[in-house]
Design a protein around this ligand. Sequence first.
Ligand code: C2E
Ligand code: MG
Ligand code: MG
Ligand code: MG
Length: 285
Amino acid sequence: RAKASGGNRFELADAEADARAITRHGLTTALPTALERGEFFIEYQPLVHLGDGSVRGAEALVRWLHPQHGVLGPDRFIPLAEHTGLIVPLGRWVLEQSVRQARAWRERHEEAGPLRINVNLSPCQLTHPGLVQDTVDILERAGVEPDALCLEVTESALIGADDDLLKPLRRLAEMGVDIALDDFGTGYSNLANLRRLPVSVLKLDRSFTQSMQQFPADPVDLKIVEGIVSLAHSLDLAVTVEGVETGAQAEQLRILGCDTAQGWYYARPGPPERLHELALVDATG
Ligand code: C2E
Ligand code: MG
Ligand code: MG
Ligand code: MG
């Protein structure tokens, strides 16, 4: 009996693996037409200043409205797009849309200060030779200053990065584009390496925010975050925290000296109109 049910479990596992592989294959082949047909859309999640609760900008997060499967999150298709190279035109599209959106916000909300847009970059986009020129063209076409843009690169994408890989990021940083190190603290964070990277923002991974669940949080985690924040500030880097879901987390992270926060406590990712509303009011109010 045990053997038989064990066998069934394996068959079931195989069937699930097959189904996943079929979906993956189906999604991969559908990606190029999806871009042509305009099935991708972007949601924006506000970045909120921890000190005064004001909205300082938003991160652009891409979604796919698939005709059969409904809305798919980036974790479902970004790896496939990276694998096939479609990430380059898709990433360019995300950048163009987001930069245009930044212009619209800046025009409508001058009183809110210079709102910024954060856009995620894949490792493949980093090594693509057109990155700098594409970015310059997109900013010019939209009539947007480079300081309205922050490009997010994961720490793991820059692990062991040589100067060739860093060159385009340096050029962008010199132009005034901010570079953020995304999901910081999840990889083998090489703190000494930070000085070498042209980054101006550290985005502390959600796992740190989660460990701030209790108030007061675990003393060791507090020390770690405190250490990262003080190192970041001494290197002139701003610290953004991801995944803030409760007021207690926000308060703890504010006390620890983090500058900006992002998370469901303030707002879920949503359509661009949401940000017009949020920019006008205190995000926590
Ligand atoms: P990320 O850049 O670290 O983005 C933050 C993720 O955390 C987003 O997931 C966001 O919806 C989610 N999040 C925000 N606040 C909270 C919270 O309070 N609690 C929890 N549990 N989650 C929260 P999402 O939208 O599924 O994106 C996943 C990842 O996909 C992103 O992680 C980013 O690495 C990637 N991604 C998204 N858009 C793009 C894009 O246009 N290009 C590339 N290359 N990657 C993208
Ligand atoms: Mg990001
Ligand atoms: Mg992140
Ligand atoms: Mg993350």
